[in-house]
Design a protein around this ligand. Sequence first.
Ligand code: ADP
Ligand code: ZN
Length: 207
Amino acid sequence: MNILLMGPQGSGKGTLGNKIARDFGLVPVSTGDLFRQSIAKGEKLGLEAKTYMDKGLLVPIELTLGILADRLKQPDCQKGVMFDGFPRSIEQAEALKKITDIDHVILLDVPKETCIQRMIGRRVCSCCGAIFNVETYGSEDCDKCGGKLVQRDDDKLDAIKTRLEVYEKTTAPLIDFYADRVFVVKGQEDPEDTYRPVNDFLKGLKK
Ligand code: ADP
Ligand code: ZN
């Protein structure tokens, strides 16, 4: 089973995705994370992608498909993938169709204002990637590994606005593209409340 997790930036996809992947044995595949790993390794592909990412623009499709296809070839992906951040356009969805199928789309519905607030306050551990928010977390160090918390380059206000515009214009049309397999869940304050209906839905499928 392959699942696509959709929702605007800052909607809480990361938190929800971790729970889904954990409980349903899916491998989380995030093109954003793949790019950031490539940047951290100093690879040419990553550094090229970074010039787009820092502005909040989509990375060109050849680079994105390349990094994704490599990841999907790894043996662990055979048991099922939870796609996060790919596809992000009709063009990418058409390309993915030639490689594998998306069985279900979970759409996380969160108001734009909430998304913007969350992204502005978001901090990421520079060592383990854990995510925190300055609203709810007072320390500058990660409570999991002690690493320094940093702000992503694309979590600055200009890039945030561009990213949300790109989402509305280029990514949201996928909701119609996948209309026959979309499950919509409203984001709640407590992540467990957001997860419950999704968990019920996915469990129901297994019967
Ligand atoms: P967010 O969705 O919060 O912007 P991601 O980590 O998913 O963060 O992606 C970060 C950046 O990586 C995007 O703004 C974009 O530049 C690039 N990116 C990720 N996925 C894709 C994709 N499917 N197509 C093109 N660019 C992508
Ligand atoms: Zn950490």
